[in-house]
Structure formats: C-alpha cells, structure tokens
Design a protein. Structure first.
Length: 247
C-alpha cells in the first residue's frame, strides 16, 4: 500500500553506499522506520530530502512489516542549523529525544508541530538555546504521558506564591514549609522559573514560545527540566552528552 506524508528526518543511517535507513516523524503516523533505496547517491533525487533534520514530502510503500520510501521531495532544510555546530548538536539531541519518547505508527501532530517550531526558533535565534531546550523537553514529556504535576503544593494543596521546591523524581512541587524532614533531591525554584515551567506545560500551543525569563534564571530552568527528563527516561542520551561538550 502506498501513502503520502510530510515528515521530518530524525535519524538517517547508511546501510551501504546507496541505501539509507530512515527514522521519520510525521503528523499522521508518528515515528516511521523506512528504507530509502538509492538515497545515498550524491546525484540521486532523494539525497537531500532524506538528510538529518530535513522536512520533506514522502511517498511511502508498505510491504508486510517493512516500509520503503519510494520518493521524497524537500520542504525545509534548516540551513541555519546545519551551518552552526552548537545548533546542530542541540537539534540532533532534540531528534534523538523524539525517537525515545514518541511511539511508532501513532498520530503525532502536536509532537511534529513542536519539533518544527523549535527548530525554526533555533535557526532564527528567536529564543536562547537553553530556553528552547527546556521548552522542547518539557512539552514533549507532557505530550507523551510524562507530565509533572505543577498545579499546587503536593502537601497543602495551595499554589505557592514564593519559591518552591521541585522534586524531579516525583514530578511534583511543595512549599518550603511543607517539605518533609530529611527530604533529599529537591530543587529550589524561584517564582519566575516555576511560572515558566507551568507555562510550558499548561499553555495553548500558540503561546508556548511567548515568554521571557531573566538570563540568570535560564540555567535553573534548563537544569530542573533536564533532571526531570533524565528521571523519566532513565537511559543515556549520547546526543545530550555531546551537546554539553559544545557549551
């Protein structure tokens, strides 16, 4: 059966001099693994359309349990990311995270929209990279069933007005006065960072990238979200480690 879809290349692996194995993210089918015969040819029609982080129009053919990319045409190449090593490292990490969290063969329209908008903001320098990293991580976790509970203090049920303590392992917050005696691993968050995390999780998509945070608070936001992510994923993400060597 042949189908057409718009998809972002999250991963491409050369099988030999001519063929590639692709991991794609599409709105209607989620994560797709597809064989692209002849995509490795320098002058082939699918060469540029099947490169990492390229958003392309694909014609796919399914034969039993295998999927093949029959044709591919470029929509967006994100040249501004490819020409900057730090941006490329961060975008590659985003792609790896999508591969880890998004299920195969299930609709993923919001996940694709999130990824494409994040890549655009990264390419155009719309927001600091640390802020984009936190937005992509936390919103993607929320979309894929790992949303933390930041509605109110887990102990007293009230919405803290000042600093809060965030539990990355449990995905919850509490007031400093409510923290259990001897509790470990709790991260103190200033009100602005807590508000930013709540915004990323609960806001409408159109407002997702529309917030500003003081420069000194960006590392606190990025660190808290990353710790929560690592508690949920519980595996090594090589692309994340590589990105950190760029900083």
């Amino acid at each position: 059966m042949q189908t057409a879809t718009e998809a972002l290349v999250l991963r491409e692996r050369r099988l030999d001099e001519q063929d590639r194995l692709l991991t794609l993210l599409s709105a209607d089918q989620g994560i797709i693994t597809a064989y692209a015969k002849g995509a490795g040819r320098m002058k082939g029609s699918m060469a540029s359309a099947t490169e990492l982080l390229c958003y392309s129009h694909f014609v796919l053919f399914r034969n039993r349990d295998r999927c093949f990319a029959d044709r591919a045409e470029v929509n967006t190449l994100f040249f501004g990311i490819r020409g900057n090593l730090e941006k490329l490292a961060l975008a590659t990490y985003f792609a790896q995270l999508c591969c880890e969290l998004i299920p195969e063969n299930e609709p993923a329209a919001e996940e694709l929209r999130l990824m494409l908008n994040t890549l655009y903001c990264l390419e155009q320098d719309k927001l600091p990279p640390l802020q984009l990293k936190a937005i992509l991580e936390l919103r993607l976790l929320t979309l894929t069933g790992y949303m933390p509970d930041l509605i109110a203090c887990r102990m007293c049920g009230s919405l803290p007005e000042g600093p809060v303590l965030f539990d990355p392992a449990g995905g919850s917050v509490c007031c400093p006065d409510c923290a259990p005696a001897g509790a470990v691993g709790l991260l103190p968050l200033p009100p602005g960072v807590f508000a930013a995390m709540r915004h990323i999780i609960y806001c409408e998509f159109e407002k997702l990238f529309c917030f500003r945070l003081a420069e000194e608070n960006l590392p606190l936001l990025a660190g808290a979200v990353e710790q929560y992510l690592l508690c949920q994923v519980e595996r090594i993400l090589p692309a994340l480690n590589f990105y950190k060597t760029m900083l």
